[in-house]
Design a protein around this ligand. Structure first.
Ligand code: SF4
Ligand code: SF4
Length: 108
């Protein structure tokens, strides 16, 4: 059985990852367009890439205590980002954080 992980809100992914923003994300959250710097021209299937990194490597929506300023309407890729994945672990390593450990389930 696969391990289960729970995001601890370290914010490392929001400081290191590119965010692929889709048209539906822009329509749902109009603040994304002006705040995230375009990485590439609109591509196939309506995909629009934006660079999640301006001057300090952090997403412009990342607020104090690692809160996402647009949490309810954040890009789908952020909603689906898997805690405990290798991407997550690499991001944590970048900031000297320990690996995210799987949740230990109580034995039945
Ligand atoms: S790097 Fe992993 S643990 Fe940290 S906020 Fe992102 S998903 Fe959560
Ligand atoms: S939109 Fe929110 S969840 Fe997505 S990278 Fe930015 S701060 Fe993180």
């Amino acid at each position: 059985m696969n391990d289960t992980y729970e995001c601890d809100g370290c914010g490392a992914c929001c400081r290191t990852k590119l965010v692929d923003v889709f048209e539906e994300d822009l329509l749902r959250e109009p603040r994304i367009g002006p705040q995230m710097q375009p990485l590439r021209e609109p591509g196939l299937d309506g995909e629009i890439g934006y660079l999640n990194c301006l001057t300090n490597g952090a997403c412009p929506f990342l607020g104090s205590e690692n809160h996402c300023g647009i949490y309810p309407t954040r890009p789908v890729v952020c909603v689906l980002f898997p805690a405990g994945s290798e991407e997550c672990q690499e991001a944590r390593q970048t900031f000297g954080l320990s690996r995210l450990e799987p949740i230990v389930k109580p034995q039945p």
